[in-house]
Design a protein around this ligand. Structure first.
Ligand code: DON
Length: 305
């Protein structure tokens, strides 16, 4: 396994040259393009990893399924589904177009920015700080990493330049799809996206989903199998945005990407996988990361389809 992982890291590193590091959040543009790493954690807790697995990067959109889990725990599914739909869009992650044309002006799913912002608004806590702390504590718990924190420079950069997210949030507020103070919700959203993780952190979360909510280290049930199913279904149908169909064909298990270059994957009953490669394809997915996963899926016959 180790030799195989070392081999694919070397093999696919050059692919990064065909991609671009995200630049619409200025602070992300500073990342070195040719970093590449992968961690696999099986459901017995055995860890296999290779490449830049200690490198910290911001979680970005991979925070969406995690905050969705916390929102489900906090509110129950009925209330969450009042705010977001269950259907993929086939549109880019930051698309605004369907907010106006779709029924009830409700975001189609919580993996696109509009839906994720509505879900963030459901996190419980009496102050903005408390809500962020609750998100951070949840991530610390499910990654077994007490050092998880927000990258302040990325947060400031997102907050300063997040015009499209702000416009979507105000639009949603007008139609009653955002609870509470819009500016406060946006700051929580920008902070949740700016949380730093490693591939190992992502692999632990994937492994927890692979056991449908039972922690692989402690045996504690952290959320119900039903919530696990909801989150994995969204990951499978819209976790890679408008690249989700191609990913299902070429790789074939639930996954969520972020513009920081991370991909978090889960293979039911088998393992969690965390990948990091900051050079992205046109759709905002890690270009070399996709190649690693495609190879791994073929090699271990991991496709669920
Ligand atoms: O809201 C944004 O645009 C970013 N904070 C997160 C977007 C993202 O990661 C999309 N992923 N591929």
């Amino acid at each position: 396994m180790q030799l195989y992982l070392d081999g694919i890291i070397e093999q696919f590193k050059p692919v990064a040259m065909q991609g671009k590091v995200a630049s619409y959040i200025p602070e992300l543009e500073k990342t070195n393009k040719d970093l590449l790493g992968i961690t696999l954690i099986d459901t017995t807790g055995t860890i296999y990893e290779s490449g830049d697995t200690m490198h910290l990067f911001t979680i970005q959109s991979i925070s969406k399924p995690i905050v969705l889990l916390l929102a489900l725990i906090d509110n129950g599914e009925e209330r969450v589904f009042e705010k977001v739909g269950k259907e993929p869009t086939g549109d880019p992650f930051n698309s605004i177009v369907r907010l106006e044309t779709f029924d009830e002006h409700k975001p189609l799913n919580p993996m696109i920015n509009a839906g994720a912002i509505s879900v963030t608004a459901l996190i419980k806590g009496s102050t903005m700080e408390e809500k962020i702390e609750r998100i951070l504590s949840f991530i610390k718990k499910i990654t077994h990493n007490q050092n998880i924190k927000v990258n302040e420079a990325v947060y400031q950069s997102e907050s300063k330049t997040g015009y499209r997210n702000r416009s979507m949030a105000y639009f949603l507020k007008d139609f009653g799809n955002i609870e509470g103070d819009v500016d406060e919700v946006l700051e929580i959203y920008f902070k949740q996206c700016s949380i730093e993780v490693t591939t190992r952190d992502l692999a632990y979360i994937g492994a927890l989903l692979a056991r449908d909510g039972v922690d692989i280290v402690t045996g504690e049930r952290i959320f119900s199998a039903r919530y696990s199913r909801i989150v994995k279904s969204y990951m499978a149908t819209c976790g890679m945005y408008d690249g989700s169909g191609e990913f299902a064909i070429n790789v074939g298990f639930p996954a969520k990407s972020g513009v920081g270059g991370g991909i978090m994957c889960t293979v039911l009953g088998q393992m969690g996988i965390g990948v990091f490669g900051p050079a992205l394809d046109r759709k905002g997915n890690s270009i070399a990361g996709l190649k690693l996963l495609e190879s791994l899926s073929k090699k271990l016959e991991l496709s669920i389809y």
